[in-house]
Design a protein around this ligand. Structure first.
Ligand SMILES: [Zn+2]
Length: 452
C-alpha cells in the first residue's frame, strides 16, 4: 500500500511542501499500523487478560486502518492519469488535469456524463427531456440499485436526524461510503465504491453546494438520494413529507417550501428549471395550501393528493418513474411514422384516429405523420395496454372522430398542474395530460419549443 509514496523520486519530481507533508504523514501512519499489528500479534494467545488487550488493539488497528484507507483513497481518488484528485482547504475534492494543466470541480467521468446528456436536448418536451437526463444520471450514480430501505438504514446508521443540520464533506463521504458498500454487497459487478462515492458527492455538491462551501443540509442530502433511488413514487413522496412534517405529522408553508426548494434544485442543476416554474417555489407552496383549503398546516394525505396532480414544479419526478418503466416495455403496435414494430419504450396512441401509434423516438423528435396534427390528443403508455384500456381508448376515439383541430386547440389538456409564476425562461410546453393511473398519460401538444 505504501509503495506509492516510495515511487516518487525527488530528483525527477519537485514535490510541494504540502505533498511532502502528506507522504511523511502516510509513512508515519504506515509505521504506526505496523507497530499495532506487531503488538496485536505478540499479545494474542498468552492469557485471558491479554486477549482483551489484543481485541482492543485489533479494534484500534481496524479504526486506524480504515481512517488511513479513507484518507489515502481521498487523496488518490478514483481517477487515472493525466487526472489527479486534489482537496480544497474546506475539504472539497477537485480534479487536476495535468495534460491541459487545468482544474475542475467535476470528476472527469462526471464531465463525460454531462457531455453525453447533450444528445438528449433534441427531446422536444421538457418533462421527458429532464426525466431522460435524470434517468441517465441515476444509473451512472448506481442509485437505480438503491432501495429506500437501505437508504434509510444508512441514514439511521449515521444518525441523520436533524434535517436542518449541515453535513460536512467527511460526513457526506462516510455516509456515501456506507451506502455504496451496501450496494456493492448485492451488486458487486455493478458498483465501484470509490468511483460511485466520488461521483455522487460531486453530483450532490453540484446540486446543493454550487459555491463549494463544503457543507450541505441533511434534508438536501436525503432529498437528493431519495429522489433518485429505486422506490415507489408514493413512498418517495411519503418519505420526503415526513422529513419536513412535525412529530404530529403536520407541515406548514415554510417547511413545505424547504422541501420543494431542495427538490427543484435537481432539475435546476441540469439547466431545466425554467420548465418547472423557475426556482421560486412560493407559487407551488401557495398552490398546495390552496388545494388544502388554506389550512395553516398540511397533513400527508393532502400533500399526496396534491402531488398526484403532478404539480409543474415536481412533474419531472413522476415522469422519471414512467421513463424507467417504459425502458423495458414492448407494445404490440406499429409506429405510423418509422414503422417500428413492436414499439419499444413509450407508446403514443392517437385519441383522434383509430390504429394510429407513434414510437418514443418519433414522438420525442416531434415528427407527425400526414394528416395528424400536433393538437390532436394522444395517450401515453409506458407499459403494454390492457384490454380495458383498449376499450376505453376506442370509445374516446369515437367521440373525438368528428371534432376539429380548432376544438382541440381550444380545449388543451395539460399533463401537470400549472403553477402561476413569473417564468425565468421559456414556457413549459403543454406536453401532456395524465389520467389517474400511473401507467399512462394523455398527451396534448400545443406549443413545442425546442430546448436551447
Ligand atoms: Zn417511430
Amino acid at each position: 500500500m505504501n509503495h506509492l509514496a516510495s515511487t516518487f523520486d525527488p530528483s525527477d519530481i519537485q514535490l510541494s511542501p504540502s505533498n511532502l507533508e502528506r507522504i511523511e504523514d502516510l509513512n508515519t501512519r504506515w509505521r504506526l499500523l505496523q507497530v499495532t499489528v506487531d503488538t496485536g500479534k505478540s499479545n494474542s494467545g498468552s492469557n485471558g487478560l491479554d486477549e482483551v488487550d489484543s481485541k482492543i488493539s485489533v479494534k484500534e488497528h481496524l479504526k486506524q486502518l480504515t481512517d488511513a484507507h479513507t484518507d489515502f483513497c481521498l487523496s488518490q481518488g478514483s481517477v487515472e492519469r493525466p487526472f489527479e484528485q486534489g482537496i480544497s482547504p474546506n475539504n472539497v475534492p477537485y480534479y487536476i488535469n495535468h495534460q491541459t494543466q487545468t482544474t475542475c470541480w467535476d470528476h472527469p467521468k462526471m464531465t463525460e456524463l454531462y457531455q453525453s446528456l447533450a444528445d438528449l436536448n433534441n427531446v422536444r418536451f421538457s418533462a421527458y427531456r429532464t426525466a431522460m437526463k435524470l434517468r441517465r444520471l441515476q444509473k451512472a450514480l448506481c442509485l437505480d440499485l438503491l432501495s429506500m430501505q437501505t437508504a434509510c438504514e444508512v441514514f439511521e446508521q449515521h444518525t441523520l436526524k436533524q434535517n436542518e443540520q449541515l453535513l460536512d464533506i467527511s460526513q457526506l463521504v462516510a455516509c456515501l461510503t456506507s451506502l455504496y458498500q451496501r450496494l456493492e454487497q448485492s451488486h458487486s459487478h455493478l458498483v465501484n465504491v470509490q468511483l460511485s462515492v466520488d461521483m455522487c458527492l460531486n453530483w450532490l455538491l453540484n446540486v446543493y453546494d454550487t459555491g463549494r462551501t463544503g457543507k450541505i443540509r441533511t434534508l438536501s442530502f436525503k432529498t437528493g438520494i431519495i429522489s433518485l433511488c429505486k422506490a415507489h413514487l408514493e413512498d418517495k413522496y411519503r418519505f420526503l413529507f415526513r422529513q419536513v412534517a412535525s412529530a404530529t405529522g403536520f407541515c406548514d408553508q415554510r417547511r413545505l417550501g424547504l422541501l420543494l426548494h431542495d427538490s427543484i434544485q435537481i432539475p435546476r442543476q441540469l439547466g431545466e428549471v425554467a420548465s418547472f416554474g423557475g426556482s421560486n417555489i412560493e407559487p407551488s407552496v401557495r398552490s398546495c395550501f390552496q388545494f388544502a383549503n388554506n389550512k395553516p398546516e398540511l397533513e400527508a394525505a393532502m400533500f399526496l393528493d396534491w402531488m398526484r396532480l403532478e404539480p409543474q414544479s415536481m412533474v419531472w419526478l413522476p415522469v422519471l418513474h414512467r421513463v424507467a418503466a417504459a425502458e423495458t416495455a414492448k407494445h404490440q403496435a406499429k409506429c405510423n411514422i418509422c414503422k417500428e414494430c413492436p414499439i419499444i419504450g413509450f407508446r403514443y396512441r392517437s385519441l383522434k384516429h383509430f390504429n394510429y401509434d407513434i414510437c418514443q423516438s418519433c414522438f420525442f423528435s416531434g415528427r407527425v405523420a400526414k394528416g395528424h396534427k400536433m393538437q390532436y390528443p394522444m395517450v401515453e403508455y409506458c407499459t403494454p395496454t390492457t384490454s380495458g384500456e383498449d376499450v376505453r381508448d376506442f370509445a374516446k376515439v369515437l367521440k373525438n372522430k368528428f371534432r376539429t383541430k380548432r376544438y382541440f386547440a381550444k380545449h388543451p389538456r395539460m399533463g401537470y398542474l400549472p403553477v402561476q409564476t413569473i417564468l425565468e425562461g421559456d414556457n413549459m410546453e403543454t406536453w401532456g395530460s395524465h389520467t389517474n393511473t400511473h401507467t399512462h398519460t394523455h398527451i396534448h401538444t400545443n406549443t413545442d419549443k425546442r430546448h436551447k
